[in-house]
Design a protein. Structure first.
Length: 101
């Protein structure tokens, strides 16, 4: 639930969705739509400027793409930790889809 996100969590979530959308847009020539987010975890203590965001396509065909996103940042002790993660599904707007989000 968005109401349970830690402070500044919405900014980090927005950055993650934007990164996933950019990756999805590079896969399709058509206009895409955001269809689903799953397994989103946002940890406290990280801001958008404190993290590096990585995107990885997990599944892709001509109708949909699922992108995994990881936001990695440094802890207080200098070790690298996962600040946030999630999976985002995007689908095309045109044509009849066999894929259900």
């Amino acid at each position: 639930m968005l109401s349970n996100l830690p402070e500044r969590g919405l900014d980090l979530m927005d950055a993650m969705v934007a990164a996933a959308a950019e990756r999805a847009s590079s896969h399709f020539l058509e206009v895409i739509r955001f269809a689903r987010c799953e397994d989103v975890q946002v940890h406290e203590g990280f801001t958008t400027r404190d993290v590096d965001i990585e995107t990885w396509p997990l599944f892709a065909d001509h109708q949909a793409i699922v992108v995994s996103v990881f936001a990695m940042g440094a802890n207080d002790d200098g070790s690298i930790a996962t600040a946030a993660s999630g999976r985002f599904t995007f689908t095309t707007l045109t044509g009849k889809r066999k894929y259900c989000a």
